[in-house]
Design a protein around this ligand. Sequence first.
Ligand SMILES: Cc1ncc(COP(=O)(O)O)c(C=O)c1O
Length: 382
Amino acid sequence: MITSKLPNVGTTIFTRMSALAVETGALNLSQGFPDFEGPQALRDAVGRHVNNGHNQYAPMTGLPALRQQVATKISRSYGVHVNADAEITITPGATQAIFCAIQAVIHPGDEVIVFDPCYDSYEPAVELAGGRCVHVQLGLDDFSIDWQKLTDALSPRTRMIILNSPHNPSGALITHAELDQLATLIADRDLYLVSDEVYEHLVFDGVPHASVLAHEALYQRAFVISSFGKTYHVTGWKTGYVVAPPALTAELRKVHQYVSFCGVTPLQYALADFMAMRPEHVEELPAFYQEKRDLFCDLLGESRFSFTRAAGTYFQLVDYSQIRPDLNDVDMAVWMTREHGVASIPVSVFYQNPPKGQRLVRLCFAKREETLRTAAEKLCVI
Ligand SMILES: Cc1ncc(COP(=O)(O)O)c(C=O)c1O
């Protein structure tokens, strides 16, 4: 008999819904990945570096040229200076970065506050470190932080709070004022932050992203995590990074060097080249994805789904209360896939205790115009 270290973990809903989409031939708007290619110059650069002998281990901390490009991007985006050698670590994906940050500072018995609906990789990482997640629900209407609930959840054992903005699955954003409020709330507490900002450049309607990198007080205790996969349309490259003050970076690297040691070498060279060549790529992303969001939402305006346009990320939540209130969201997602050819993700899977009566599914709009039009057509006849 195996005594599982993660007895509550099974196959994720993302895998299940993607498999169902393949089985039924449905359009897959469930898992979050683009159905279009990343920039040609970026892909060409990988081939060049593979053929030019960049195929052995990268430095443990990441290729210096890529860390420097990340520092330059941070300075351009947020007006803050971070030290590329002491504060930036390249990782094989944001998921691995989150895992390593949690292992680096969470001890058995520690509590970690997460906000529901919550990305699914946090809790298993906390449990493997011997910690326990304390789930705090975000507001039901706008997915903002409920400060009373957060205050009530804090205890002497709280060692970490995990933030995620722009937020998967809701697309909600944390504001700079909320970061101030958080800084005040935790000022006298000995705890760390993981700030999952993998959608940092997918923020719409001219609103700036409030990064923890640009919040001096919070950054002193934070691991800020991002993903090249989201930013450069190459999720399969599983390449990300962590920015943290030197002392936290040193602890993170102790874990990272024994989990993977380093990220994939030719991908790091290619990303460094492309970021140097096209630094404006990130500044063009909001308009690029906002156009997709608006096309999709305009078309869905003809449907019986109700929704508020996502403020960030490439996910759109839609409420199906007017369509099949008799179905819970998992059954609804399966029914939509089998009967109407569009796969989605039920939002209840992001909760420890899903709110009663919530009728929401998540649709990914990181898709070609043609895919979005076909999906909307199918969704409008439900
Ligand atoms: C909120 C959030 N964090 C982290 C990740 C993981 O990023 P990566 O693919 O770089 O591991 C994702 C991917 O879907 C995500 O949505």
